[in-house]
Design a protein around this ligand. Structure first.
Ligand code: HEC
Length: 441
Protein backbone atom coordinates (compact mmCIF):
# COMPACT_ATOMS: atom_id res chain seq x y z
CA UNK A 1 0.00 0.00 0.00
CA UNK A 2 1.24 3.47 -0.78
CA UNK A 3 0.99 5.59 2.36
CA UNK A 4 3.41 8.33 1.38
CA UNK A 5 0.84 10.84 0.06
CA UNK A 6 -1.11 10.41 3.30
CA UNK A 7 1.73 10.50 5.85
CA UNK A 8 3.52 13.40 4.19
CA UNK A 9 0.94 15.89 5.43
CA UNK A 10 1.61 15.13 9.10
CA UNK A 11 5.21 16.46 9.31
CA UNK A 12 4.27 19.32 6.97
CA UNK A 13 1.64 20.67 9.33
CA UNK A 14 3.33 19.79 12.59
CA UNK A 15 6.78 21.12 11.77
CA UNK A 16 5.56 24.42 10.37
CA UNK A 17 3.43 24.84 13.49
CA UNK A 18 6.47 24.04 15.63
CA UNK A 19 8.49 26.79 13.94
CA UNK A 20 5.63 29.25 14.32
CA UNK A 21 5.30 28.42 18.03
CA UNK A 22 9.04 28.74 18.49
CA UNK A 23 9.04 32.30 17.16
CA UNK A 24 5.85 33.22 18.99
CA UNK A 25 7.13 31.88 22.31
CA UNK A 26 9.72 34.71 22.32
CA UNK A 27 6.88 37.15 22.80
CA UNK A 28 6.00 37.48 26.47
CA UNK A 29 2.31 36.79 26.03
CA UNK A 30 3.02 33.48 24.30
CA UNK A 31 5.79 32.35 26.56
CA UNK A 32 3.57 29.48 27.70
CA UNK A 33 3.99 27.78 24.28
CA UNK A 34 7.59 26.85 25.03
CA UNK A 35 6.90 23.49 26.71
CA UNK A 36 4.96 22.37 23.62
CA UNK A 37 7.99 22.77 21.34
CA UNK A 38 9.78 19.46 22.01
CA UNK A 39 6.48 17.67 21.52
CA UNK A 40 5.76 19.37 18.22
CA UNK A 41 9.29 18.94 16.90
CA UNK A 42 9.26 15.36 18.21
CA UNK A 43 6.00 14.41 16.50
CA UNK A 44 7.16 16.21 13.37
CA UNK A 45 10.49 14.37 13.39
CA UNK A 46 8.91 10.94 13.85
CA UNK A 47 6.36 11.48 11.09
CA UNK A 48 9.06 12.97 8.85
CA UNK A 49 11.13 9.81 9.27
CA UNK A 50 8.05 7.71 8.45
CA UNK A 51 7.47 9.88 5.37
CA UNK A 52 11.03 9.31 4.22
CA UNK A 53 10.67 5.57 4.64
CA UNK A 54 7.35 5.38 2.79
CA UNK A 55 8.67 7.73 0.12
CA UNK A 56 11.79 5.65 -0.40
CA UNK A 57 9.61 2.64 -0.90
CA UNK A 58 7.29 4.46 -3.33
CA UNK A 59 10.21 5.80 -5.36
CA UNK A 60 11.58 2.29 -5.79
CA UNK A 61 8.63 1.87 -8.19
CA UNK A 62 10.87 4.00 -10.41
CA UNK A 63 8.34 5.90 -12.51
CA UNK A 64 9.46 9.42 -11.65
CA UNK A 65 11.63 12.03 -13.21
CA UNK A 66 15.10 11.28 -11.86
CA UNK A 67 16.34 14.85 -11.21
CA UNK A 68 13.18 15.97 -9.44
CA UNK A 69 13.16 12.79 -7.42
CA UNK A 70 16.78 13.37 -6.36
CA UNK A 71 16.01 16.77 -4.91
CA UNK A 72 12.74 15.68 -3.33
CA UNK A 73 14.39 12.67 -1.68
CA UNK A 74 17.44 14.41 -0.20
CA UNK A 75 15.60 17.55 0.87
CA UNK A 76 13.06 15.30 2.57
CA UNK A 77 15.83 13.46 4.42
CA UNK A 78 17.46 16.77 5.37
CA UNK A 79 14.11 17.90 6.79
CA UNK A 80 13.81 14.76 8.91
CA UNK A 81 17.39 15.13 10.21
CA UNK A 82 16.96 18.83 10.98
CA UNK A 83 13.63 18.18 12.71
CA UNK A 84 15.25 15.54 14.89
CA UNK A 85 18.00 18.02 15.68
CA UNK A 86 15.43 20.62 16.74
CA UNK A 87 14.06 18.27 19.38
CA UNK A 88 17.38 18.34 21.20
CA UNK A 89 18.85 21.69 20.11
CA UNK A 90 15.89 23.99 19.47
CA UNK A 91 17.99 26.70 17.77
CA UNK A 92 16.12 29.10 15.53
CA UNK A 93 18.78 28.81 12.83
CA UNK A 94 18.31 25.05 12.72
CA UNK A 95 14.52 25.25 12.60
CA UNK A 96 14.69 27.90 9.86
CA UNK A 97 16.90 25.58 7.81
CA UNK A 98 14.44 22.77 8.45
CA UNK A 99 11.47 24.88 7.36
CA UNK A 100 13.29 25.86 4.16
CA UNK A 101 14.16 22.24 3.37
CA UNK A 102 10.58 21.24 4.13
CA UNK A 103 9.08 23.81 1.77
CA UNK A 104 11.52 22.94 -1.03
CA UNK A 105 10.98 19.19 -0.58
CA UNK A 106 7.23 19.86 -0.75
CA UNK A 107 7.67 21.81 -3.95
CA UNK A 108 9.62 18.99 -5.62
CA UNK A 109 7.04 16.53 -4.34
CA UNK A 110 4.28 18.56 -5.97
CA UNK A 111 6.28 18.58 -9.20
CA UNK A 112 6.63 14.80 -9.06
CA UNK A 113 2.94 14.14 -8.70
CA UNK A 114 1.38 17.01 -10.60
CA UNK A 115 4.01 18.01 -13.16
CA UNK A 116 6.33 21.00 -13.30
CA UNK A 117 3.60 23.53 -13.99
CA UNK A 118 1.42 22.53 -11.06
CA UNK A 119 1.56 26.02 -9.50
CA UNK A 120 0.02 27.62 -12.57
CA UNK A 121 -1.89 24.71 -14.04
CA UNK A 122 -2.47 25.10 -17.73
CA UNK A 123 -5.25 22.91 -19.00
CA UNK A 124 -3.96 20.22 -21.30
CA UNK A 125 -6.11 21.75 -24.04
CA UNK A 126 -3.49 24.52 -24.24
CA UNK A 127 -2.38 22.33 -27.11
CA UNK A 128 -5.02 23.59 -29.49
CA UNK A 129 -6.90 21.37 -31.80
CA UNK A 130 -6.20 22.53 -35.34
CA UNK A 131 -8.40 25.25 -36.83
CA UNK A 132 -7.95 23.91 -40.35
CA UNK A 133 -7.76 20.12 -40.13
CA UNK A 134 -7.37 19.86 -43.89
CA UNK A 135 -3.83 21.25 -43.62
CA UNK A 136 -2.99 19.89 -40.20
CA UNK A 137 0.23 17.99 -39.57
CA UNK A 138 -1.00 14.57 -38.55
CA UNK A 139 1.46 13.97 -35.73
CA UNK A 140 2.02 17.50 -34.43
CA UNK A 141 -1.51 18.89 -34.70
CA UNK A 142 -3.63 15.80 -34.17
CA UNK A 143 -1.93 12.75 -32.63
CA UNK A 144 0.21 14.64 -30.14
CA UNK A 145 -2.78 16.78 -29.13
CA UNK A 146 -4.88 13.68 -28.41
CA UNK A 147 -2.03 12.14 -26.41
CA UNK A 148 -1.38 15.35 -24.51
CA UNK A 149 -5.03 15.63 -23.56
CA UNK A 150 -5.43 12.07 -22.36
CA UNK A 151 -2.06 10.40 -21.73
CA UNK A 152 0.84 12.75 -21.07
CA UNK A 153 -0.10 13.43 -17.44
CA UNK A 154 1.24 9.92 -16.72
CA UNK A 155 3.50 9.41 -19.71
CA UNK A 156 5.36 12.71 -19.96
CA UNK A 157 8.18 14.68 -18.40
CA UNK A 158 6.81 14.41 -14.86
CA UNK A 159 5.94 10.72 -14.72
CA UNK A 160 6.81 7.86 -17.01
CA UNK A 161 4.38 5.14 -15.97
CA UNK A 162 5.34 1.80 -17.44
CA UNK A 163 8.59 3.45 -18.53
CA UNK A 164 6.73 5.09 -21.41
CA UNK A 165 6.77 8.67 -22.68
CA UNK A 166 4.10 9.76 -25.11
CA UNK A 167 5.05 13.44 -25.31
CA UNK A 168 7.42 13.08 -28.25
CA UNK A 169 7.54 11.06 -31.45
CA UNK A 170 10.85 9.54 -30.35
CA UNK A 171 9.34 8.54 -27.00
CA UNK A 172 6.43 6.79 -28.69
CA UNK A 173 8.78 4.87 -30.98
CA UNK A 174 11.07 3.96 -28.07
CA UNK A 175 8.19 2.28 -26.25
CA UNK A 176 7.92 1.28 -22.60
CA UNK A 177 9.09 -1.34 -20.13
CA UNK A 178 7.57 -4.14 -22.15
CA UNK A 179 8.97 -2.99 -25.46
CA UNK A 180 7.56 -1.24 -28.51
CA UNK A 181 4.05 0.17 -28.14
CA UNK A 182 3.39 0.73 -31.82
CA UNK A 183 4.22 -1.42 -34.80
CA UNK A 184 4.27 0.86 -37.76
CA UNK A 185 1.59 -0.05 -40.27
CA UNK A 186 0.02 -2.61 -37.93
CA UNK A 187 -2.44 -0.97 -35.56
CA UNK A 188 -3.96 -4.30 -34.56
CA UNK A 189 -0.53 -5.51 -33.35
CA UNK A 190 0.22 -2.29 -31.49
CA UNK A 191 0.16 -2.37 -27.71
CA UNK A 192 -0.83 1.30 -27.49
CA UNK A 193 -3.92 0.77 -29.64
CA UNK A 194 -4.77 -2.56 -28.03
CA UNK A 195 -4.83 -1.03 -24.57
CA UNK A 196 -7.05 1.88 -25.59
CA UNK A 197 -9.54 -0.51 -27.19
CA UNK A 198 -9.90 -2.81 -24.20
CA UNK A 199 -13.23 -2.56 -22.37
CA UNK A 200 -13.10 0.33 -19.92
CA UNK A 201 -13.20 -1.89 -16.84
CA UNK A 202 -10.17 -3.96 -17.96
CA UNK A 203 -7.12 -3.48 -15.75
CA UNK A 204 -4.83 -2.84 -18.72
CA UNK A 205 -7.17 -0.31 -20.30
CA UNK A 206 -5.52 3.03 -21.03
CA UNK A 207 -6.01 5.54 -19.63
CA UNK A 208 -6.71 3.78 -16.33
CA UNK A 209 -10.10 3.93 -14.67
CA UNK A 210 -11.21 7.34 -13.50
CA UNK A 211 -9.36 9.24 -16.24
CA UNK A 212 -11.23 10.51 -19.30
CA UNK A 213 -11.03 7.74 -21.90
CA UNK A 214 -10.29 8.27 -25.56
CA UNK A 215 -13.43 8.66 -27.64
CA UNK A 216 -14.13 6.11 -30.34
CA UNK A 217 -13.16 8.76 -32.90
CA UNK A 218 -9.83 9.44 -31.22
CA UNK A 219 -8.99 5.74 -31.18
CA UNK A 220 -9.86 5.48 -34.87
CA UNK A 221 -7.67 8.46 -35.67
CA UNK A 222 -4.72 6.93 -33.78
CA UNK A 223 -5.28 3.59 -35.51
CA UNK A 224 -5.30 5.28 -38.87
CA UNK A 225 -2.08 7.15 -38.04
CA UNK A 226 -0.34 3.89 -37.05
CA UNK A 227 -1.67 2.17 -40.16
CA UNK A 228 -0.05 4.94 -42.23
CA UNK A 229 3.31 4.09 -40.63
CA UNK A 230 3.03 6.55 -37.70
CA UNK A 231 4.57 9.35 -39.76
CA UNK A 232 6.01 12.57 -38.40
CA UNK A 233 5.92 15.66 -40.67
CA UNK A 234 3.11 14.50 -42.90
CA UNK A 235 0.07 16.67 -43.31
CA UNK A 236 -3.50 15.72 -44.00
CA UNK A 237 -3.36 16.98 -47.55
CA UNK A 238 -0.35 14.82 -48.43
CA UNK A 239 -1.83 11.81 -46.66
CA UNK A 240 -5.23 12.31 -48.37
CA UNK A 241 -7.14 10.01 -46.05
CA UNK A 242 -10.39 8.26 -46.92
CA UNK A 243 -13.43 10.54 -46.54
CA UNK A 244 -14.55 8.70 -43.39
CA UNK A 245 -11.26 9.48 -41.65
CA UNK A 246 -11.34 13.04 -42.91
CA UNK A 247 -14.79 13.43 -41.38
CA UNK A 248 -13.64 12.03 -38.03
CA UNK A 249 -10.74 14.46 -37.93
CA UNK A 250 -13.02 17.37 -38.86
CA UNK A 251 -15.47 16.51 -36.11
CA UNK A 252 -12.71 15.99 -33.60
CA UNK A 253 -11.07 19.32 -34.32
CA UNK A 254 -14.37 21.19 -34.22
CA UNK A 255 -15.09 19.72 -30.88
CA UNK A 256 -12.29 21.84 -29.40
CA UNK A 257 -11.62 20.22 -26.04
CA UNK A 258 -15.34 20.19 -25.30
CA UNK A 259 -15.50 18.25 -22.08
CA UNK A 260 -18.95 17.76 -20.65
CA UNK A 261 -21.34 17.78 -23.59
CA UNK A 262 -24.14 18.33 -21.11
CA UNK A 263 -22.93 21.86 -20.45
CA UNK A 264 -22.72 23.25 -23.99
CA UNK A 265 -26.31 22.98 -24.85
CA UNK A 266 -28.10 26.27 -25.42
CA UNK A 267 -28.09 26.94 -29.17
CA UNK A 268 -27.26 30.43 -30.43
CA UNK A 269 -30.54 30.93 -32.22
CA UNK A 270 -33.53 31.63 -30.01
CA UNK A 271 -36.86 30.17 -31.20
CA UNK A 272 -40.08 32.18 -31.14
CA UNK A 273 -41.60 32.13 -27.67
CA UNK A 274 -44.02 29.33 -26.87
CA UNK A 275 -47.57 30.40 -26.16
CA UNK A 276 -48.09 31.08 -22.44
CA UNK A 277 -51.43 29.22 -22.67
CA UNK A 278 -49.64 26.07 -23.83
CA UNK A 279 -47.12 26.30 -21.00
CA UNK A 280 -49.78 26.74 -18.39
CA UNK A 281 -51.76 23.80 -19.77
CA UNK A 282 -48.66 21.63 -19.46
CA UNK A 283 -48.08 22.84 -15.93
CA UNK A 284 -51.66 22.14 -14.98
CA UNK A 285 -51.24 18.61 -16.34
CA UNK A 286 -48.39 18.15 -13.85
CA UNK A 287 -45.31 18.80 -15.99
CA UNK A 288 -42.50 21.01 -14.79
CA UNK A 289 -41.70 23.56 -17.51
CA UNK A 290 -38.87 26.06 -17.07
CA UNK A 291 -36.98 28.24 -19.53
CA UNK A 292 -33.32 27.15 -19.84
CA UNK A 293 -32.23 30.71 -19.07
CA UNK A 294 -33.95 33.98 -18.29
CA UNK A 295 -33.25 35.40 -21.76
CA UNK A 296 -34.09 32.28 -23.71
CA UNK A 297 -37.26 30.86 -25.20
CA UNK A 298 -35.88 27.33 -25.06
CA UNK A 299 -37.70 25.19 -22.51
CA UNK A 300 -36.74 22.40 -20.18
CA UNK A 301 -39.48 19.93 -19.29
CA UNK A 302 -39.58 17.24 -16.64
CA UNK A 303 -42.36 14.78 -15.91
CA UNK A 304 -40.83 13.76 -12.62
CA UNK A 305 -44.15 14.37 -10.83
CA UNK A 306 -46.12 12.47 -13.42
CA UNK A 307 -45.23 8.77 -13.26
CA UNK A 308 -48.21 7.81 -15.45
CA UNK A 309 -48.44 10.58 -18.05
CA UNK A 310 -51.48 10.42 -20.32
CA UNK A 311 -51.31 10.65 -24.10
CA UNK A 312 -52.68 14.19 -23.84
CA UNK A 313 -49.45 15.32 -22.14
CA UNK A 314 -47.40 14.14 -25.11
CA UNK A 315 -49.76 15.90 -27.48
CA UNK A 316 -49.10 19.14 -25.57
CA UNK A 317 -45.35 18.41 -25.63
CA UNK A 318 -45.55 17.98 -29.39
CA UNK A 319 -46.93 21.51 -29.62
CA UNK A 320 -43.98 22.71 -27.55
CA UNK A 321 -41.45 20.82 -29.71
CA UNK A 322 -39.99 23.92 -31.47
CA UNK A 323 -38.88 25.18 -28.04
CA UNK A 324 -38.26 21.87 -26.32
CA UNK A 325 -34.53 21.59 -25.55
CA UNK A 326 -34.31 19.08 -22.73
CA UNK A 327 -36.84 16.50 -21.62
CA UNK A 328 -36.74 14.29 -18.57
CA UNK A 329 -39.11 11.33 -18.74
CA UNK A 330 -37.17 9.42 -16.09
CA UNK A 331 -39.17 6.58 -14.49
CA UNK A 332 -42.35 7.43 -16.40
CA UNK A 333 -44.52 4.69 -17.71
CA UNK A 334 -44.97 6.08 -21.24
CA UNK A 335 -48.17 4.99 -23.04
CA UNK A 336 -47.28 2.84 -26.05
CA UNK A 337 -49.30 5.14 -28.30
CA UNK A 338 -47.22 8.16 -27.22
CA UNK A 339 -43.87 6.85 -28.38
CA UNK A 340 -44.78 7.80 -31.95
CA UNK A 341 -45.14 11.43 -30.85
CA UNK A 342 -41.54 11.61 -29.66
CA UNK A 343 -40.50 11.69 -33.31
CA UNK A 344 -41.63 15.30 -33.56
CA UNK A 345 -39.18 16.47 -30.86
CA UNK A 346 -36.58 17.42 -33.43
CA UNK A 347 -34.91 20.20 -31.42
CA UNK A 348 -34.29 18.10 -28.35
CA UNK A 349 -30.66 18.14 -27.07
CA UNK A 350 -30.97 16.07 -23.91
CA UNK A 351 -33.44 13.25 -23.38
CA UNK A 352 -33.69 11.06 -20.32
CA UNK A 353 -35.62 7.84 -20.69
CA UNK A 354 -33.96 6.32 -17.63
CA UNK A 355 -36.09 3.70 -15.95
CA UNK A 356 -38.93 4.03 -18.46
CA UNK A 357 -40.69 1.17 -20.20
CA UNK A 358 -38.85 1.75 -23.51
CA UNK A 359 -37.64 -1.38 -25.31
CA UNK A 360 -35.88 -1.98 -28.62
CA UNK A 361 -39.24 -1.88 -30.39
CA UNK A 362 -39.72 1.79 -29.48
CA UNK A 363 -36.16 2.93 -30.12
CA UNK A 364 -37.09 4.23 -33.57
CA UNK A 365 -38.93 6.98 -31.67
CA UNK A 366 -35.60 8.73 -31.04
CA UNK A 367 -34.16 8.14 -34.52
CA UNK A 368 -35.31 11.48 -35.88
CA UNK A 369 -34.02 13.60 -32.98
CA UNK A 370 -31.25 14.95 -35.14
CA UNK A 371 -30.02 17.46 -32.58
CA UNK A 372 -29.82 15.01 -29.71
CA UNK A 373 -26.54 15.26 -27.74
CA UNK A 374 -27.23 13.21 -24.63
CA UNK A 375 -29.49 10.19 -24.29
CA UNK A 376 -30.03 8.42 -21.01
CA UNK A 377 -31.29 4.84 -21.32
CA UNK A 378 -30.14 3.67 -17.90
CA UNK A 379 -32.23 0.98 -16.27
CA UNK A 380 -34.33 0.25 -19.36
CA UNK A 381 -34.90 -2.96 -21.26
CA UNK A 382 -33.08 -1.70 -24.36
CA UNK A 383 -30.45 -4.09 -25.76
CA UNK A 384 -27.42 -3.60 -27.98
CA UNK A 385 -29.59 -4.37 -31.03
CA UNK A 386 -31.83 -1.41 -30.16
CA UNK A 387 -28.84 0.93 -30.23
CA UNK A 388 -28.45 0.42 -33.99
CA UNK A 389 -31.21 2.98 -34.51
CA UNK A 390 -28.83 5.64 -33.17
CA UNK A 391 -26.71 5.41 -36.35
CA UNK A 392 -28.47 8.36 -37.89
CA UNK A 393 -27.88 10.68 -34.91
CA UNK A 394 -24.65 12.39 -35.92
CA UNK A 395 -24.75 14.91 -33.08
CA UNK A 396 -25.10 12.35 -30.35
CA UNK A 397 -22.22 12.58 -27.86
CA UNK A 398 -23.12 10.48 -24.84
CA UNK A 399 -25.44 7.56 -24.26
CA UNK A 400 -25.90 6.33 -20.70
CA UNK A 401 -26.50 2.60 -20.42
CA UNK A 402 -26.12 1.98 -16.71
CA UNK A 403 -28.08 -1.08 -15.49
CA UNK A 404 -29.09 -2.22 -18.97
CA UNK A 405 -26.75 -5.18 -19.08
CA UNK A 406 -25.36 -3.91 -22.40
CA UNK A 407 -21.61 -4.45 -22.66
CA UNK A 408 -19.59 -1.65 -24.24
CA UNK A 409 -18.04 -4.16 -26.61
CA UNK A 410 -21.49 -4.80 -28.09
CA UNK A 411 -22.31 -1.15 -28.71
CA UNK A 412 -22.26 0.04 -32.31
CA UNK A 413 -19.19 2.09 -33.23
CA UNK A 414 -20.48 5.62 -33.77
CA UNK A 415 -17.81 8.24 -34.41
CA UNK A 416 -18.02 10.93 -31.77
CA UNK A 417 -20.47 9.05 -29.55
CA UNK A 418 -19.45 7.74 -26.16
CA UNK A 419 -21.36 4.89 -24.58
CA UNK A 420 -21.23 4.94 -20.81
CA UNK A 421 -22.26 1.70 -19.16
CA UNK A 422 -21.78 2.85 -15.58
CA UNK A 423 -20.96 -0.23 -13.58
CA UNK A 424 -18.05 1.53 -11.94
CA UNK A 425 -16.99 -1.47 -9.88
CA UNK A 426 -13.68 -1.73 -8.11
CA UNK A 427 -11.68 -4.81 -8.98
CA UNK A 428 -12.04 -7.48 -6.33
CA UNK A 429 -9.10 -7.81 -3.99
CA UNK A 430 -7.93 -11.18 -2.76
CA UNK A 431 -8.39 -9.81 0.76
CA UNK A 432 -12.06 -9.02 0.21
CA UNK A 433 -14.28 -11.36 2.16
CA UNK A 434 -17.52 -10.39 0.48
CA UNK A 435 -17.92 -9.39 -3.09
CA UNK A 436 -20.86 -7.75 -4.79
CA UNK A 437 -21.64 -9.00 -8.22
CA UNK A 438 -23.51 -7.05 -10.84
CA UNK A 439 -26.70 -8.98 -10.19
CA UNK A 440 -26.77 -8.32 -6.45
CA UNK A 441 -26.06 -4.63 -6.83
C1 HEC B 1 -3.39 7.96 -14.65
C2 HEC B 1 -2.16 7.61 -15.29
C3 HEC B 1 -2.17 7.11 -16.71
C4 HEC B 1 -2.71 7.70 -17.82
C5 HEC B 1 -3.53 8.97 -17.91
C6 HEC B 1 -2.35 6.87 -18.93
N1 HEC B 1 -1.60 5.80 -18.50
FE1 HEC B 1 -0.70 4.39 -19.66
N2 HEC B 1 0.08 3.51 -18.03
C7 HEC B 1 -0.12 3.90 -16.73
C8 HEC B 1 0.50 2.95 -15.82
C9 HEC B 1 0.48 3.01 -14.30
C10 HEC B 1 1.12 1.97 -16.63
C11 HEC B 1 1.93 0.77 -16.17
C12 HEC B 1 1.05 -0.32 -15.69
C13 HEC B 1 0.48 -1.12 -16.80
O1 HEC B 1 1.27 -1.61 -17.63
O2 HEC B 1 -0.75 -1.23 -16.90
C14 HEC B 1 0.83 2.34 -18.01
C15 HEC B 1 1.28 1.62 -19.10
C16 HEC B 1 0.98 1.96 -20.41
C17 HEC B 1 1.44 1.20 -21.55
C18 HEC B 1 2.33 -0.03 -21.52
C19 HEC B 1 3.77 0.39 -21.46
C20 HEC B 1 4.68 -0.80 -21.34
O3 HEC B 1 5.59 -0.92 -22.17
O4 HEC B 1 4.48 -1.61 -20.41
C21 HEC B 1 0.91 1.79 -22.67
C22 HEC B 1 1.09 1.39 -24.11
C23 HEC B 1 0.14 2.93 -22.21
N3 HEC B 1 0.21 3.01 -20.84
C24 HEC B 1 -0.55 3.79 -23.04
C25 HEC B 1 -1.30 4.87 -22.59
C26 HEC B 1 -2.07 5.72 -23.48
C27 HEC B 1 -2.14 5.58 -24.99
C28 HEC B 1 -2.68 6.63 -22.68
C29 HEC B 1 -3.64 7.74 -23.12
C30 HEC B 1 -4.76 7.31 -23.89
C31 HEC B 1 -2.31 6.37 -21.32
N4 HEC B 1 -1.48 5.28 -21.30
C32 HEC B 1 -2.72 7.12 -20.23
C33 HEC B 1 -0.81 5.03 -16.31
C34 HEC B 1 -1.48 5.91 -17.15
Amino acid sequence: MNLHPLIIHLPLGTLLLAVLFQYLSDINRYHGLKPALPWLFGTGAVTAVLSCASGWWLASGGEYDADTLFWHRWLGILTALAATGCVFFPRKSLSALMALALVCAGHYGGTLTHGSNYLTPKPATEMKRPADPGLADIYRDIVSVILSEKCVSCHGSGKQKGGLRLDSHAGILRGGDSGAVILSGQPEQSELIRRCKLPEGHEEHMPPKGKPALTAAEIEILEWWVSQGAPVNLNMQEASPAPAIRKLVDQWSNNNGEKAPETVIIPDENPAAASPALISRLKRAGASVTPVSSTSNWQRVSLVNLPQPADSVFILLKELSPQLLTLDLGRCSIPASSYGLLNSFTQLRILSLAGTNITDAQMSAVSSMEQLRVLNLSGTGVTAAGLQTLNSLTNLRTVYLDRTGIRLADCPVLPGTRFDSGGYMLPALASDTARLTGAEK
